[in-house]
Write a protein that binds this ligand. Sequence first.
Ligand SMILES: [Zn+2]
Ligand SMILES: [Zn+2]
Length: 429
Amino acid sequence: MGKVEITFLGGAREVGRAAYWVRDEKASILLDYGVNFDEEDNPVFPEYVPPKDVGAIVLSHAHLDHSGALPLLYTAIKRPVYMTKVTKELIEILIQDFLKLSGYYVPYGHTEMKEMLDSVRLMDYRRPVEMPEAGGTVLTFYDAGHIPGSAMVKLELPSGIKLLYTGDVRKSETQLLRGADLEGLEADILLIEGTYGNLDHPDRKDVEALFVSDVREVVEEGGTILVPAFSVGRGQEILSVIEDHGLDVPVALDGMVKGVTELVLQGENKRFLKNPDLLEKAYEKAYVVKGWRDRRKVWRRPGVIIASAGMLRGGPSLYYARKIQEINKDAIFLVSFQAPGTPGRRLVQEGKIDEGGPTVQARVEWFDFSSHGGVSELLDIIKSVKGLQKVIVVHSEEKTAESFAQRIREETGLDVIVPERGSTLKIEL
Ligand SMILES: [Zn+2]
Ligand SMILES: [Zn+2]
């Protein structure tokens, strides 16, 4: 068939900072270009790629660990960047916010951001598009079930090689989203995320039931529950869960999660959701916190406050957490992954929000509402792809990636690679 080279600029033996540069004789395509954050909360960028050497860029979904470095490529020349409509609207919000918070450490500004947004080509699921800038490579998106607008990306390269990149993926449905669309997938090479390549999540229905009964318990005792939630996806999922279970408690929304909820409910964007009516109803009932006057009052009333940011790294959620931390009847229910070094992780592990701060008296729980598939789902995804010859594990901690790779070999007999960051893989098929 032909040859393909893939350089792992980031997102290899680590979660996030996804950046995969795919080349053959005629095509040069960059899949995602994201940032991570270190323990001091400073952004960490993927390795450099000369923008002039890239023909086209493809973005799988809006999360900053996939999108946050994209404007870096727009300092000198313009290249088309392919993504769904919701992804485009979401990155506008997310990258603006990123610039506001970390601007000093970010080597691009609003000009590059605008150039990038002007270069967007919109994609729909299952509508193949030919990319003239990439030697006629045919690009197809499939719903990845991870966040609104998230896509699995298929490239049919000029050499004839078919490459499928899962982006971040979840196979089973949630309240907010349909699961990944795996119908009739076909590829020679699969780049698969392995965030949870070593474990399975508990059944979602059980997690929901536990969450709902715990919320009820706290509110019945007159307590307030803070739910720190990622602005995109998780905040809307929790709203939908509350509505679906008919939980009759006051719900307040604060932070970026407000604007994002409005955005995903706007016009055409609704079709990216499984059940927009459910979220719409929940949003209509919710009390939207408008400013500091509201904020100072809302945590004194019994009910649920859904607020950004999800790991208590700032935003209104950190304000509320500090207010209610010493109140026995109140609670903090974490519903997102808590990265090492974040106040959220400290709360789970040491029972404190601030280093040297008071021990939290409020009830603390963590619920597994992951938007990534667990290992069994990931294996199902691999098995559903026809014609596979090679599997490459990305977006996964080193140990997790190694054990996931072993599991794939055992269950499928396929050739599996766990690439090093900065390395280039040459594959001939
Ligand atoms: Zn990711
Ligand atoms: Zn993601």
